[in-house]
Design a protein around this ligand. Structure first.
Ligand code: ATP
Length: 353
């Protein structure tokens, strides 16, 4: 278990373009991190720099206080789980799980106890003596996960979209189990995903990336409540934050003829720029004793079981509203209310106050 410190680390696969822009990132010992962002934003590049599969073009990688920038993967004491299963087809499930421990000369009784523990956790106990060749793709990936989890002495556990091939029904359960296993071992875990829901439910902290840059890091709650920019606001949450373009008139923000906010917060905005208010779909209501209200028209209703997501048209944009299933909505001609405390102000896409 170790702290991971990237110091001025950047990477180019060739030419002037950087797949990962130079930056510092410190990941604390024993915490679970998600690297989150769309395809091509540099998540795997960053993970591979940490594991040693890639040596960065710039900067230093420090693992547990030791500079490992040019140290090979095998010498970094890291466990890795990839997107697709890596199993020894000729070995049994037991032998696959035992392999990392045999390589470290654990004694047989200790290996048996640990393999049984991990197999139990992943629901593989009844298959321990089967040949790995006979397993489904799901089960093979469980073995890969098991091999990542089986050692309790690794500096870090790195996982690159490990649940991609897993049946959607099982994903939730497996995330819970990986988390449970890690609560015991307290590895430093880095988990790459493009799925914000996966990141939000799994990680202590999320590192949100875009186009080779870290845009914001924080706990799921911090990212939900205080997105640094409209990109993070959109990316985090289901559905993402609503952004509504407004105009500034002195210390008032106007949506057409409607004043949505006035006073000191508006005065603190930059003199010019494109201003938007950010408001979460969860923070809109059909009635309120105070705050702002705007007229809207119902465009569609999505049923998500316990909740519904309404798509509403405003004069110039569409927004989403999330309501409990038992909340009735008043036809198609609607007024939506929100409290000033829930509004976040953005200038040119960046949070101001
Ligand atoms: P994905 O989720 O699709 O794997 P990612 O966020 O992990 O995406 P990376 O795989 O790190 O992103 O890729 C970042 C950028 O670097 C992309 O533009 C990609 O095309 C480029 N890239 C990745 N690997 C190589 C390589 N071996 N050679 C050249 N360019 C590469």
């Amino acid at each position: 278990m170790a702290e991971i410190n990237l110091m001025g680390v950047g990477h180019s696969y060739g030419g002037d373009a950087y797949a990962l822009e130079k930056a510092d990132l410190r990941l604390e010992d024993g915490k679970t991190y998600a690297l989150l962002g769309p395809s091509g934003c540099g998540k795997t590049t960053m993970l591979n720099i940490i594991s040693g599969l890639i040596y960065p073009s710039d900067g230093r990688v420090v693992l547990g206080g030791k500079d490992v920038t040019r140290v090979k993967t095998a010498a970094r004491n890291i466990a890795q789980v990839f997107q697709f299963p890596v199993v020894y087809q000729s070995k049994t499930v037991f032998e696959n799980l035992a392999f990392p421990l045999r390589c470290r000369n654990w004694e047989s009784a200790r290996i048996r106890a640990r393999v049984n523990e991990v197999a139990e956790l992943l629901g593989l106990t009844s298959r321990l003596h089967m040949s790995s060749r006979r397993l489904t793709a799901d089960e093979k990936q469980l073995i890969s996960l098991g091999r990542g989890l089986v050692r309790d002495d690794v500096a870090a556990l790195l996982m690159d979209e490990p649940l991609t091939v897993i049946d959607p029904q099982m994903k939730f359960e497996l995330r819970r189990k990986i988390k449970q296993a890690n609560d015991q071992t307290r590895h430093t875990v880095i988990y790459v995903t493009h799925d914000q829901n996966e990141a939000m439910t799994f990680a202590d902290e999320i590192v949100v990336m875009k186009a080779g840059r870290v845009i914001q890091r924080g706990t799921p709650q911090e990212l939900f409540e205080k997105p640094y920019d409209t990109y993070v606001g959109n990316f985090i949450g289901s559905p993402g934050m609503n952004f509504i373009g407004v105009e500034r008139h002195g210390d008032r923000l106007m949506l057409g003829e409607i004043e949505v906010l006035a006073g000191a917060r508006v005065s603190a905005l930059p003199a010019s720029g494109k201003f938007t208010i950010g408001i979460r779909p969860e923070h809109l209501a059909f009635e309120a004793s105070s705050g702002c209200s705007i007229p809207a028209w119902l465009v569609s209703v999505q049923d998500h079981g316990k909740i519904r997501v309404l798509e509403l048209a405003l004069a110039t944009s569409h927004i989403k509203m999330k309501i409990a299933r038992d909340v009735s909505f008043p036809g198609t001609d609607i007024r939506v209310f929100f409290s000033p405390d829930r509004i976040r102000l953005y200038a040119d896409g960046i949070f101001v106050n």
